[in-house]
Design a binder for this molecule. Structure first.
Ligand code: PMP
Ligand code: GLN
Length: 380
């Protein structure tokens, strides 16, 4: 049987490809973004207790009420925004799913969505699957800032949404208050929706505050804001996240969600509802992960890689222009095979495969892992 592909230009994601190479060559995997250290055993125990207590059936389609309630408290505590957990939060099987659901809820064929590149790889296929058109804008190398003038030029009557992501994957760039003001001015008096991917909200360094759109009422009313428990609690395999939005937007989100997933993993929602009371676990996370970034960055100074500083996320990008003239994909494959270290070629995050000879390294790893990787990279 032949079917007409809805995504004819899409192949296996770069994360899967590079993780397979890591296995094949028994290389150190600094590619795909997941920690190689253990998540908190306390949270595992809570999930186990929930299962043993019999919380193993479907829960509410919008998410366990106790979890939504404590998330609303967290939002009030961190961002001084009072949201209604009944109507404004939905628990989802991960952040990626929440982004897809938000886009599917709002897009109609022919709509345009502004995407900044390099971009997390799910955004563009999600837009295309909905019959809409991605409008690409390149972030300005090497700091990966948004060229707001270009955004102003690309906005037109068909612009349905803008996707922002801070802290940013793959570059670790973070949006400033000035950026938010620019965005605010551009969308005022339009019907543009913002998808704000904030899955790295706590992974932000150097005492920079996270500019969540939850802080900005006039933007919040037109936004879907996306979070991931996997990133906050070092359990990417749990695939749980959530979306926060104004009531009228959330109603549309839930119409899609209820027929795609209906409800998410029940025992883990019980576990998270209890665990979230420990504020220090998320408040301290930035400092903990910053130590890893600093440790890795120092080690990388012994190599010929040149750091493009990261202020957030799990990732730091490095230029290898002083080492090789190969394309970033070829160089990444060579690194996996000959040096035994896997990183992600940043061209994979551009629709036109822009190659600036930059690799993304994930530093959310044990110190021993980072040390061994740097020792291998030193010889280049
Ligand atoms: N957005 C970005 C930028 C990410 O890096 C990730 C992590 N894969 C996600 C969203 C979604 O995370 P998940 O689906 O694992 O919760
Ligand atoms: N967010 C992770 C990354 O960027 C992995 C996500 C995935 O494998 N889809 O590496």
């Amino acid at each position: 049987m032949q079917i007409e592909s809805k995504l004819p230009h899409v192949s296996t994601t770069i994360f899967t490809v590079m993780s397979q190479l890591a296995q094949q060559f028994n290389a150190i995997n600094l590619g795909q973004g997941f920690p190689d250290f253990m998540m908190d055993k306390g949270l595992i125990d809570l999930a186990e207790n929930a299962m043993k207590s019999g919380h193993n059936q479907y829960t509410h389609t919008n998410g366990l009420p106790a979890l939504r309630n404590i998330l609303a408290e967290k939002v009030e505590y961190l961002y001084n925004n009072t949201i209604n957990p009944e109507t404004q939060i939905t628990i989802t099987p991960g952040g990626t799913y929440a982004i897809y659901t938000a886009l599917t809820a709002i897009l109609h064929p022919g709509d345009e969505v502004i995407v900044f590149e390099p971009a997390y790889d799910s955004y563009t296929p999600n837009i295309i699957l909905n019959g809409a058109k991605p409008i690409f804008i390149a972030l300005q190398y090497p700091n990966y800032t948004i060229p707001w003038n270009e955004v102003a030029n690309k906005i037109n009557a068909k612009t349905r949404a803008i996707i922002i992501n801070s802290p940013h994957n793959p570059t670790g760039a973070v949006l400033s208050n000035d950026d938010i003001q620019s965005l605010s001015k551009l969308v005022a008096n339009t019907s543009i929706i913002i998808i704000s991917d904030e899955v790295y909200e706590h992974l932000i360094f150097d005492d920079i505050p996270h500019q969540s759109l939850l802080r900005y009422p006039e933007l919040f009313e037109r936004s879907f804001i996306i979070f991931s428990f996997g990133k906050t609690y070092h359990c990417t395999g749990w695939k749980l996240g959530y979306c926060i939005a104004a009531k009228n937007l959330m109603e549309e989100f839930r119409k899609v969600h209820q027929f795609n997933c209906f409800s998410c993993d029940t025992p883990k929602q019980y576990a998270l509802a209890t665990y979230l009371a420990q504020k220090d676990k998320y408040v301290q996370l930035g400092n903990e992960i910053q130590e890893k970034r600093d440790y890795f960055r120092n080690l990388m100074q012994q190599t010929k890689f040149v750091c493009l500083p990261s202020h957030g996320s799990y990732f730091e990008c490095y230029s290898y222009a002083a080492i090789s003239h190969k394309t970033d994909v070829d160089f990444a494959v060579e690194l996996a095979e000959k040096v035994g270290v896997v990183a992600i070629p940043v061209s994979a995050f551009y629709h036109n495969k822009t190659d600036k000879k930059v690799l993304r390294f994930c530093f959310a790893k044990k110190e021993t892992t980072l040390l061994e990787a740097a020792n291998r990279l030193k010889h280049l």
